[in-house]
Ligand binder design. Sequence first.
Ligand code: NAP
Length: 311
Amino acid sequence: MAESFAPVRAEPLIGRLAIIGMGLIGSSLARAARELNLAGEIAAADRDEAVTQRVRALGLADLATTSAAEAAKGAGLVILCVPVGACAAVTAAIAGALAPGAILSDVGSVKGAVVDQVGPLVPGGVHFIPAHPVAGTEHSGPDAGFASLFLSRWCILTPPEGADAGAVALLRAYWEAMGAIVEVMTPAHHDLVLAITSHLPHLIAYNIVGTANDLEKVTQSEVIKFSAGGFRDFTRIAASDPTMWRDVFLHNKDAVLEMLGRFSEDLAILTRAIRFGDGETLHRHFTRTRAIRRGIVSLGQDKPETEKLKR
Ligand code: NAP
């Protein structure tokens, strides 16, 4: 058997794993569970019949169904892999099927809103432990996933106060078995940190690519031809799933607005320095920002996820 990217378990960590939403993240979880023997049985649900057929063709699950409740039935771990704005409706649909003692988790890029909207719908006896793997690509759907997506990437857990310690430990062990590095924080802190490290960069990318698209004096073919000057990296981020990102901005409004305000103030300082030929300010700023890049490189977080596919 080919060598795997993380140790293959002799015994699965859980019985039935239910994954709701078989897009990039859901299908990556299914692939990792299969490849590393993390679950006794994999049940996959997707609202789109064509996706469930594709899941069957790819052999990603033991059961592929359009019924989220059918997949969740009897599962020890249920992971919601749908856009943040869809988590509550999916939870309402599966609540009756969740077994007492089961862990309900998610992978949403925003945590406060998920806790507020999903929490009240979780039946007593079910352990609700939200999570967010800080790993992804700009691609979507069941063909986009890959088993090593979470390897050497952080996964943030935001267990509610008083959460069952055994359930938190099991979910931590589950992510660690996929090669992830787990950190625990509050939903509010998660949303603030991710607003600057992920949400604002995506907003800037969507904006700059939109601006380039609307220019009159520079043609689109010139923008594409000369994109290696820096623009290219923004286009990759701006190709990310529109539904997912719409939901991120609608559900992390306060933290994003706070970071956007600070960003605009700092941009005004740079604008002023350019206008008045203040090279010293520009040079000082550009020198300071180099240190952040060096920190990312030293933590091994500088390679895009797709590099892992070349292993
Ligand atoms: P994706 O590839 O677009 O897959 C999204 C899945 O959600 C699809 O199965 C889709 O069903 C389903 N879905 C969409 N709207 C739904 C609704 N209203 N009700 C039920 N199901 C619905 O997206 P993804 O990248 O896997 O993202 C899934 C989650 O992971 C999101 O919460 C996102 O914030 C989080 N996340 C994403 C990344 C990333 O970089 N992509 C990283 C970390 C976390 P269809 O098959 O019908 O389209």
